[in-house]
Design a protein around this ligand. Sequence first.
Ligand code: HPA
Length: 272
Amino acid sequence: MDTKVFDCAEQALPRVCFERPPAIGLILGSGWSQVLQTGQAYARVAYADIPGLGAGAIAGHAGELVFFERHGVRVAAFMGRRHWYEGVGWEALLLPVELLRRMGVPRVLVTNAAGGISPHLQPGSLMIIRDHINVTGINPLAGPVVPGWGPRFPDQSRLYSPELSALLHRAAHAAQVPLSEGVYVYAPGPGFETPAEIRAYAGMGADAVGMSTVHEVTVANAAGLQVAGLSCITNMAAGICGPHLSHGEVIEQTAKSAPVMSRLLDAFVGQL
Ligand code: HPA
């Protein structure tokens, strides 16, 4: 890991971000940044102006870091993320988590769009990630130990904080948003999965599949942040129904689900 990339990125942020650490970081995946209610932001930085992060080109990822206060809670929101399949290296993928750690932010909510595997999920369902399965064979903690990212062999038995999950459930109840829980399987992308892969993942205990999130969660947990994860199910996974999958369908479903995603995120911030 080239930690000099992280140093340069840190220097590009306004000092106020470090002087008044947010209570939570949000790393928002496909379709989620558009629904976040920020009110008046006290700082904004375009990804293109953060060395090592850079503006991605994935539809549904806004490419901006926004600091705002809502319900009396300070929030740092990364509007969009980089993905392994973009070939940009670990530093770009992990910069949001590392910047949050350097700011002293104690907790992070990581969101994504995902394909539903479990018959209990439908397009439009929102799912708390209870645990994950990493089938990519890649782990951002491989290589020399990075200072601040915990010990060589971090415990993985409670990656997702039950306290934050309870707050998400409470927020869902208050906002009258149906919310389930499940296991997320991390597939490398960028191709969607094959029907045979999805059958295998179902057998392994996965409820939903996606191409992100797990690398951020792995490092955030190792670095001592409390972690929560949230998926918007945008389609049924390959082979479950319909012959075609497309990113257009993913974006279309997040647009349809925008009101509930927005209410849930806002109520969650209000619970902190
Ligand atoms: N597979 C992988 N990633 C996804 C999917 C899917 O079906 N839907 C949204 N992101």
